[in-house]
Design a protein around this ligand. Structure first.
Ligand code: URA
Length: 445
């Protein structure tokens, strides 16, 4: 029987008028985006109508599923370990994936991680990994599967045949003011993760100055929606809500973040970065059924760091993907900037660091060349910012707040002026709270 399709403008008008779309209409939209039956101007109009009128959980689920089915869906039946992945909504200095993947693989999970590149003030996992000489993020399907079978971990980029609908829709959203919509964000993130062949998923949903979601209310709404949709699609998912007001850890910039990640795997990680890493890893071990509770999970994770198993796992991952594994012992094989400059704040007495605006630090790193202003910008793996004093620490008049790693004086001056406005000092010791705000469990859904 021939199914009568309605015209794109009718679907757009229904959403414009605040009606819920049917499953068939949502599927027609997604297939039309890929085939070209929905023209860019029609897709853009529907995206704006979705942003303004919203979608029910059912519509969001259908959209996610239709997007997932717009391309190849990876299946990994040959992998017997629980396959669990992590996704972060993105922040500044967020290098958690580099630490977490070898760490949970050393504890018994398989992590088939597919990531994106950084855009704007937040960095991307692939960019960080590619600062390691030789590291390839474009493994063939056969290489990827063989590595998952032998090392239980792989970190690659999403190939063009996975969720092509998102590629098209994201590029339209980016230029039509339609990024900030919970149903569109949920379907974009989850369609890609669901196509990876995972059993379950842990999300790091960040809120604050350096995050996509600025308030806890918005971040919680996004987290609830993500957890509900992916759990309803048969992939138990939990989210941890975390603060992203100051950069995570001390390093921002691709090579610098690789160094800090390796330090973490050697047991020398900064407290804030390790707090969030351990929380996410513990959740992964529990969802994957390797551990039944937080306490046991923490013991397993700390023992994988103390024994060196997680560090050796990272070396094996680097070597398997064509990179120079000696980076683990010798940071000199990473690209380093020609120059450094320490930034002083001209305080004339001892003060406390009250806040470090993550967004401004991210923007400053981007100005130096560590991030992309647009998708075709070339990044410089060597540049970045080293934070010498974190929130809550004291700073003497002769102490620097940060060290800029730079190549040209022009970028230095622009980055420096951003940073000077990004730091607040106080005579009073500020209260430093946990970065973990809440955990939203799949058991609720
Ligand atoms: N990351 C994605 O992959 N998609 C969004 O819509 C937002 C963040």
């Amino acid at each position: 029987m021939k199914i009568m399709k309605i015209m794109p403008q009718e679907i757009i008008a229904r959403k414009r008028d605040g009606l819920a779309l049917s499953r068939a209409e949502v599927e027609q939209f997604v297939s039309g985006v890929v085939s070209g039956d929905f023209k860019d101007y029609q897709s853009s109009a529907l995206l704006m109508a979705i942003l303004l009128k919203g979608m029910t959980p059912k519509e969001t689920g259908w959209l996610t599923e239709a997007m997932m089915r717009s391309g190849r869906i990876v299946e990994l039946p040959e992998i017997t370990r629980p396959k669990v992945d992590k996704h972060s909504t993105g922040g500044v200095g967020d290098k958690i994936s580099l630490i977490l993947v070898p760490l949970v693989a050393a504890c018994g999970l398989c992590v088939p991680m597919m990531s994106g590149r950084g855009l704007g003030h937040t960095g991307g996992t692939l960019d960080k990994l590619e600062s390691i000489p030789g590291f390839r993020t474009d493994l063939t399907d056969a290489e990827y599967r063989a590595q998952l079978a032998s090392l239980h971990q792989a970190m690659i980029g999403q190939s063009a045949d996975i969720v092509p609908a998102d590629r098209k829709l994201y590029s339209l959203r980016d230029v039509t003011g339609t990024v900030e919509s919970i149903p569109l964000i949920c379907s974009s993130i989850l369609s890609k993760k669901m196509a990876e062949g995972i059993d379950s998923l842990v999300l790091d949903v960040k809120c604050g100055l350096g995050a996509f979601m600025k308030t806890e209310v918005e971040a919680r709404q996004l987290a609830e929606s993500l957890v509900a949709i992916s759990t309803s699609m048969g992939k138990p998912t939990s989210a941890i809500l975390t603060r992203m007001d100051e950069p995570l850890g001390h390093m921002i910039g691709n090579s610098l973040e690789v160094i800090e990640s390796i330090d973490c795997l050697k047991g020398q990680g900064p407290a804030d970065l390790m707090e969030v890493t351990y929380a996410l890893c513990a959740e992964m071990l529990i969802l994957g059924g390797i551990q039944s509770a937080q306490e046991g999970a923490m013991i397993a994770l700390k023992s994988a760091i103390d024994s060196g198993a997680a560090l050796e796992g990272f070396r094996s991952l680097i070597e398997a993907q064509g990179g120079d594994g000696t980076v683990v012992d010798n940071y000199n094989c990473l690209p380093r900037a020609e120059n450094t400059k320490d930034i002083f704040l001209n305080n004339d007495s001892l003060m406390y660091v009250e806040s470090l605006d993550a967004r401004s630090f991210g923007d400053a790193a981007c100005i130096l060349g560590a991030g992309r202003a647009s998708t075709d910008s070339i990044i410089d793996p060597a540049v970045g910012i080293e934070i010498l004093k974190k929130v809550g620490q004291t700073i003497e008049s002769n102490e620097a707040i940060a060290r800029i790693h730079y190549q040209s004086v022009d970028t230095l001056e622009a980055a420096e002026s951003r940073l000077e406005k990004a730091v607040k000092l106080s005579a009073e010791k500020p209260v430093v709270t946990s970065l973990i705000i809440d955990r939203i469990s799949h058991e609720k859904y």
